[in-house]
Design a protein around this ligand. Structure first.
Ligand code: SAM
Length: 333
């Protein structure tokens, strides 16, 4: 269906299998991207897909697929933290499956002007939705301490203090405005061997996750999926680094327990699990897929089936790492 697929969807076949796509079903592809997952879902059965992406260019490029899907595909520009409200607004009070394929798309990475890549020179932007605060805003305003925390926690960068120090020193001469300028200063602050990943990889990852509030979005999306999935509906999440995978794993472990409530509450009530985990260990890509698509190397798929129990409305934000608030970071220095 549709034209050529410009992006090889990581773990696409396995994701669609776990979704258990059926005729008449309604599925939310909450990270539409280049539409690889959506095409596979639409091809698997006579079903409907609601595709969501916060990137307006992804939604615009999906227009052809909407045409060829003949009423079976609705595309909405929004954040996936709102996926339950988006599904309701599209006319569905409950859905049969939700899939999330996290992170950036290759379309975003390959567009120098979006500022995601340390390999291409462009403005230091990194906003998936094009609104709000950019990576340059954070890099030029945050205190050295906040920068080090963000880069350590979200980039898991051991040399975060050295990187933060180098950023503050460089920007005292002139603001840091380009991906090349940031990549170069990180490379000079972090010693690396030629066989290592590019020294700026972790710093870029940290800033991208921070600017897009990717972990907050993920936690909210998991709770939204719990609210909108039918009994026996499937949740499938593909993640690309340990911070995301840890959140998905902990969320599903908590929702699979028979006890719940605040960890501060003296008494914990017995309540029914809302999800049943479908594979104890995360599914990973095989050697063939990794050879075709190196990005698949770090991919982990987790899947669960919704039970009949009502959604828990407790706050899942304790799954998030501790970080300075964006508003405080921008007050900076
Ligand atoms: C890895 S790509 C998805 C690729 C897609 N599965 C495919 O087969 O083409 C991730 C997409 O999710 C989108 N995205 C990331 N975070 C989002 C969020 N919080 N809300 C909505 N879309 C988001 C990105 O803009 C990007 O287009």
């Amino acid at each position: 269906m549709g034209g050529p697929v410009p992006h090889i969807p990581v773990l696409g076949r396995q994701a669609v299998e776990f979704l258990n796509v059926r005729d008449g079903g309604v599925y939310v592809d909450a990270t539409f991207g280049a539409g690889g997952y959506t095409r596979a879902i639409l091809a698997a059965a006579d079903c409907r897909v609601i595709g969501i992406d916060r990137d307006k260019s992804a939604i615009a490029l999906g227009a052809d697929l909407v045409q060829t899907a003949h009423g079976r595909l609705t595309l909405i520009e929004d954040t996936f933290s709102h996926l339950d409200a988006v599904a309701r607004a599209a006319g569905f009070d409950a859905v049969d499956g939700v899939v999330l394929d996290l992170g950036v798309s290759s379309m975003q990475l390959d567009a120098a002007e979006r500022g995601f890549s340390f390999r291409l020179d462009g403005p230091l932007d990194m906003r998936m939705g094009g609104q709000g605060v950019s990576a340059a805003d954070v890099v030029n305003a945050a205190s050295e301490r906040d920068l080090a925390t963000i880069i350590f926690v979200l980039g898991e960068e051991r040399h975060s203090r050295a990187v933060a120090r180098a950023i503050v020193k460089t920007r005292s001469a002139a603001p840091i405005r380009t991906t090349r300028a940031l990549a170069d200063l990180v490379a000079s602050a972090v010693r690396s061997r030629p066989t290592d990943i590019h020294p700026a990889t972790r710093t870029f990852q940290a800033l991208r996750i921070f600017v897009n509030d990717e972990l907050g979005e993920l936690v909210a999306a998991l709770a939204a999926a719990e609210r909108i999935l039918k009994p026996k509906g499937r949740l499938v999440v593909v993640s690309f680094h340990s911070l995301e995978d840890r959140i998905v794993k902990s969320f599903l472990a908590g929702r699979g327990e028979t006890r719940a409530g605040s960890r501060h509450a003296p008494e914990r009530k017995r309540i029914a699990p809302t999800f049943r985990v479908l594979a104890k260990r995360p599914v990973t890509a095989d050697a063939d897929e990794v050879a075709r698509n190196p990005r698949a190397r770090s991919a982990k798929l987790r899947a669960a089936e919704r039970s009949e129990a009502p959604a828990r409305n407790d706050d899942a934000s304790d799954l998030l790492p501790r970080l300075p608030a964006l508003a405080d970071v921008l007050k900076g220095r």
